[in-house]
Design a binder for this molecule. Sequence first.
Ligand code: SF4
Length: 414
Amino acid sequence: MSKHDTPMLDELENGPWPSFISGIKRLRDDHPDQRINSVANSLLGQLEHSYETRKGYWKGGTVSVFGYGAGIIPRFSEVADAFPESKEFHTLRVQPPAGNHYTTDTLRKLADSWEKHGSGLVTFHGQTGNIMFIGTTTDGTQGFFNEINEYGFDLGGAGPDVRTSISCIGAARCEQSCLDEQNIQRTVINNFTDDVHRPALPYKFKFKVSGCGNDCQNAIERSDFAIIGTWRDDMRVDQIRFKEYVEIKGRDYLNENVISRCPTNALKINDDDTLQVDNRNCVRCMHCLNVMPKALSPGLDKGATICIGGKRTLKIGDLMGTVIVPFMPLKTEEDLEKLNEMAEEVIDFWAENALEHERCGEMIERIGLSNFLEGIGIEVDPNMVDSPRQSSYVRMDEWDEEARKWFDRQAEGA
Ligand code: SF4
């Protein structure tokens, strides 16, 4: 095998960060399988060529495994004559286990299967949450899928369908968790498995589950249907532990770094070094709980806030999800059934009313929140937005006066 020269790619190995180029070079130089060596060499050659000419040479197409319409991102090379070993370089998106819990044995199995059927390149995990198995031929896709399906893995979403879902590590390791994140994710994604495999929606639709307001999965920003843990009673305060924080850190430090940073001024240190919390005004931002995890914990009446319409760019720029259900208990089977029913309503309404390539949040912007709520059968309720003054949707303070001024201005102009 004659190695392609890669002077431009070599530059990417400089600097303090690990480089994906070094990873591909390891596959080219150190892997015992010659097929993988040549695929990696060919890939590096094409990439260098792209850098030289400032053009990408991958084109899409249609590749799927039997019975599926989604889950594979096809990539065919336009410069296959020059770099034949990587002329087909499809990516398989695989749904990870909830909370990304793997045994080392499972990781080894996945790696072995991929080295058998693909290039050996894997991303744990892509931005979508998937395990991305990068680089195989059309023939390789079916063999790899059959093998991993045998030991319990399934393809995730790609294209206009329900996408791969993710949840934070949650209750397994985090004291702030307010949900059984893994069970919720599993319940929802199992309910929509058909919609993951068959691309029949206007565009992508994502579920993400975060166990608390820290939102480690960026659910409010990155998912159409964000399930975020919260509590509705009072947060728990261990006053003895709080006094220890005062002793060790000092009142000034706590005033500066915790009390004054509460967005709603809901905290106060009493003269006897105990903490007073105005729970009605706490917006569950998680700041004080994060800084003093030994003294403060979420309340006991836990559930989820459902935010709909979050997304990254495209038609109208980034959107955060809007609070549609401020609090939903998610403990029992019936609770989870209600969650599924609500999700079905949302997806059905969106599928019927969205324009092509329009995310749910974009549709809500276009048709208005009240129409959306009516469409999914949820009553408008001011509690849907915890801080009306900060919301562009529900503004109730001095609304009548403002409206009057607007009508007066219209009348003057007429
Ligand atoms: Fe204030 Fe946030 Fe703590 Fe609530 S969670 S008391 S809003 S800092």
